[in-house]
Design a protein around this ligand. Structure first.
Ligand code: PLP
Length: 413
């Protein structure tokens, strides 16, 4: 079968130092992109240029360098706002990552607006980042955590959501793309149903931000969170998008420098959002790196990325299903490029270890989604794609899986 692919991943790899030969590194086939993506030169250079030439604290110094750093930091915020189609940059709060963004919502909004007897709906496929903050909040506030179970093929059934929603539901927390199953959830419809019941909707976009266009106004989510490092950007930077009206009503998450207008012994006046939620020196260089990462993504084009990754996902699905004894989890064929699987009764850690000897990097375990792991029957191996992967990488994975079968005596003589 010859298929034509709409992007040349080999050309894209040239933009990444990780894929260039280096004496300190074996060259690897990197299929652990759901954990973190590699960084293009453009991101590394933007961060390094900032540290080398523009380093100063933001919103503080009365000097030119401080003004320039502030300008670059705020330009990064405006770029994020444009990237996700927020109504204004003030709806973008910089955090350390998805985890911190969701903790911010659970602490600030949750502890203010969720009361005894209220309900929060989470799905069975959530990463701990979008699960534990809600479990803890429910415990603290005497609220009920309701679990929206997945179907046997790893999807969410919207009618089941309607049965869970009541007038006591305050929030539906859902991932856009599952980090285990690759399921792409219909988040706009989910938000619409949540709103119809009078609840808010939070979307965890950690696994979608780099892989498909995202428009927060079209989704009409109340909150959306993502991490820079899963979108070709630096670690230590993430985003909480929230509707302005909500940010206005929410108290600060942390308090300290940079988030307050008036501090008198008898009176405190918080700064306007987003500053109200950014206490202390923010991750300035990291925000600038995120700006460069979003530029990198748009230089390829989000529609083009989505189309190419869909083609590659189809190829991967076809090849993975050819492997004897391999059990693939999640919906087929309609899914993102994240493939959790088991191979006979070989422990997933052993699969990953043998693959590593063939320089194929994947992840194994419960993927920070223990309740989902329980539903699936335990740990899985997971391969996940990004824009620089191609069919040769999938072929290398399949060959390495043959080696695993041979090593563990599953291969026919
Ligand atoms: N949500 C999902 C779906 C994820 O896959 C991850 C990370 O794997 C997170 C949240 C947490 O992201 P971070 O560790 O960058 O905060």
């Amino acid at each position: 079968m010859t298929a034509t692919y709409t992007l040349d991943a080999g050309e894209i790899r040239k933009q990444f130092p990780f894929f260039q030969p280096h004496p300190e590194m074996r060259s690897v086939i990197y299929l652990d992109n759901a954990a973190t993506t590699q960084k293009p030169y453009a991101v590394i250079e933007a961060v390094s240029h900032f540290w080398a030439h523009h380093n100063a604290n933001v919103h503080r110094g009365g000097h030119g360098a401080g003004a320039k750093a502030s300008e670059l930091y705020e330009a990064a915020r405006a770029r994020v706002a444009q990237f996700i189609n927020a109504r204004e940059p003030a709806e973008v709060v910089f955090t350390r990552g998805t985890t911190e963004a969701i903790n911010l919502v659970a602490s600030s909004w949750g502890e203010t607006f969720v009361n005894t007897g209220d309900e929060i709906i989470v799905t069975e496929m959530e990463h701990h980042a979008n699960l534990l903050p809600w479990m803890r909040l429910a415990e603290k506030r005497g609220a009920h955590l309701k679990v929206w179970r997945i179907t046997d093929d790893g999807r969410l059934d919207l009618e089941a959501l309607d049965r869970l929603l009541t007038e006591r539901t305050r929030l539906v927390a859902v991932s856009h793309v599952s980090n285990v199953l690759g399921t792409v959830n219909p988040v706009a419809e989910i938000c619409q149903r949540a709103h119809a019941a009078g609840a808010l909707c939070l979307v965890d976009a950690a696994q979608s931000i780099a892989h498909m266009p995202i428009d927060v106004q079209a989704i009409d989510c109340d909150f959306l969170a993502f991490s820079g490092h899963k979108a070709y950007g630096p670690t230590g930077i993430g985003v909480l998008y929230a509707k302005r009206a909500l940010l206005e009503t929410m108290p600060p998450y942390q308090v300290g420098g940079g988030m307050v207008q008036v501090v008198r012994w008898e009176r405190l006046v918080w700064a306007e959002p987003p500053a109200k939620f950014e206490a202390g020196t923010p991750p300035i260089g990291e925000a600038i790196g995120l700006h460069a990462a979003l530029d990198f993504i748009d230089s390829i084009g989000r529609d083009a990325i989505e189309r190419y990754e869909r083609e590659l996902t189809e190829y991967a699905l076809q090849r993975l299903q050819e492997v004897p004894d391999l059990r693939l989890y999640g919906p087929i064929p309609d899914r993102a490029g994240i493939f959790a699987f088991t191979l006979g009764d070989i422990h997933p850690h052993d699969i990953a270890t043998v693959l590593d000897t063939r320089d194929v990097a994947i992840r194994s375990g419960l993927h920070c989604a223990h309740p989902l792991g329980e539903r699936l029957g335990g740990a899985t191996a997971r391969a996940s794609l990004a824009i620089y992967n191609d069919t040769q990488h999938i072929d290398a994975l399949i060959d390495a899986l043959d080696e695993v079968r041979r090593v563990f005596g599953l291969a026919r003589a």
